[in-house]
Ligand binder design. Sequence first.
Ligand SMILES: *Cc1c(COP(=O)(O)O)cnc(C)c1O
Length: 366
Amino acid sequence: MGGTETKYVQEAFDTNWIAPLGPNVTGFEQDLETYIGQETYVAALSSGTAAIHLGLILLDVKAGDEVICQSFTFSASANPILYQGALPVFVDSEPETWNICPQSLEEAIKDRLKKGKKPKAIIAVHLYGVPYQVETVRSVADRYGIPILEDSAEALGSTYKGQACGTFGDIGILSFNGNKIITTSGGGAIVTKTKELKDRAVFFSTQSRDNAPHYQHSEIGYNYRMSNICAGIGRGQMEVLDKHVAMRRDMNAFYQSLFSGIESVTVFTVPNADYFSNCWLSAITVDPAKANGRTREDLRLFLEKRDIECRPLWKPMHLQPIFAGNPYYGGNVAETLFDQGLCLPSGSNLTNSDRKRIADAFIDFF
Ligand SMILES: *Cc1c(COP(=O)(O)O)cnc(C)c1O
């Protein structure tokens, strides 16, 4: 927390705005619209997962439809496809950004078209804060006229060619879950290009009430709006967002220098200067062929004994029991990342003595 969050929360109590609407909700949305720019409209919601669900609804995804989704991601990117009764079709990553591979994406689209179904949407993700190949993915999507749902849950504060992540999709989503770059304890947002679409998202998120004095409903409703209390936390967090990004990037620079002399370790980093990462999580891959056969799991267990928690990278969706049997296009990039990758301690609040303890442990292992 930055400190001013409680001021906004106190205001909510003082003015009795204890509801899923109020000045903090409006203020937080305006702060986000100003921060990401590009004349976008933001609706604050109860979670990033809810935002993905409403995004699919706004893109008219219905039962029996197919939606293409990056396989290497958190399950919340894909689960809402199932909420709609649609079929997730998974696609591999490319090794540069670890995100959706444009070639595999095109292969998937062509094959689904050949099988007689045009995918309704493409879910592309900016994992660990690193933007996906924005232009190439967009050109593939446009070639076939398929909209992009941009999962920017991990990438608030990241940019590509100076433009904010969250603004590249036909619809974008953000998350303010407790583990993200800023948090509202739990929360999310949907980013749209028009006021009409934002209004539709708010309509669905507040139980789809028709314009009538009584309670009348012509469409399925959801209880997905953000509370004015949580939005107060969000307003305070917006004041420290850039500071959090700077601290995470500094942590990443620490790892770059720590591992510069260790041949078996590659620190995940952006491919070139067009990409700017918020460095939400710092991650490495460990090549066992260069580490005397030792794996990332050997490293993880070694660190665990020293009370330093690391976690494997996301396990790809096409390898998850819940998605067994779903179509998958690509090779083994995502699978290799899962086998060799580790997320490192990346918090915005690590001290110099934490860093020393981490560095000593890695040096002892290698
Ligand atoms: C956190 C996350 C989500 C879900 O956001 P919640 O606010 O936790 O529901 C979706 N996609 C990715 C890639 C995430 O990291």
